[in-house]
Design a protein around this ligand. Structure first.
Ligand code: DX5
Ligand code: ZN
Length: 208
């Protein structure tokens, strides 16, 4: 299992990113919130761009924003491997996915807990990642929604039936316990569970 670490709840981002550099974390998960798609707001790009000064890990960017097309060109400039936005946005989704691909970056769509898997169908052939939200997007430190286990299995069956190698990532409330409900995923995003401990590596290893 791959692990992507979210620093949304970090009290000292430079320090935590530097410590995470010494672990085998696969990615740094970058949560971006615009105060519209979700009520919270993260720091602006002019500040967020400096994360590259503290980490050499590749980034897995999660846009929780109303207008992904405004953010894609910015985050494409960083050391980004995956750029993901939400299937619930009102923009032209295929156009935004193509915009990401034009930067030679892998693209993903994220799905909120109450959104049906069938919403993803029109976009399946274009996706490198499906980011399944296991909490309501908007804040770190929430509890994993157990119904996510079935949703992951449904998506896995769908991808298999079309012989697609799209990866499944799960985001929100991931701990050693809840990771067991995500066996069909490829990547787990975890924030508070890892950062609240002093031994980041031990926590990361417990999720694999
Ligand atoms: C929630 C974010 C998640 C979250 C993960 O809206 O997208 O990435 O911060 O953090 P934990 O592991 O604390 O749920
Ligand atoms: Zn996230």
């Amino acid at each position: 299992m791959k692990v992507s670490v979210s620093f949304l709840n970090s009290k000292n981002i430079p320090k935590d990113l530097e410590l995470l550099n010494q672990t085998d974390a696969d990615y740094i998960h970058v949560d971006i919130m615009d105060g519209k798609f979700v009520k919270n707001k993260t720091m602006p790009f002019r500040e967020m761009r400096h994360i590259g000064d503290f980490t050499s890990k590749r980034l897995d960017v999660h846009l929780m924003v109303e207008n992904p097309s405004k953010y894609i060109p910015l985050y494409a400039e960083l050391n980004t491997e995956y750029l993901t936005f939400h299937v619930e946005v009102e923009e032209d989704i295929l156009k935004d996915l193509q915009m990401i691909k034009d930067y030679s970056i892998r693209c993903g769509l994220s799905i909120k807990p109450d959104t049906k898997v069938s919403t993803l169908l029109p976009y399946l052939p274009y996706l490198d990642m499906i980011l399944v939200m296991s909490v309501e997007p908007g804040e770190g430190g929430q509890e994993f929604l157990v119904e996510t286990e079935e949703k992951i299995q449904e998506i896995r069956a769908l991808l298999d039936s079309y012989h697609l190698d799209t990866i499944i990532s799960v985001d929100g409330g991931i701990t050693e316990e809840t990771a067991k409900m995500c066996q069909d995923a490829d990547l787990l995003v975890s924030g508070s569970y890892i950062l609240k401990d002093s031994n980041f590596q031990e926590k990361i290893s417990s999720l694999r």
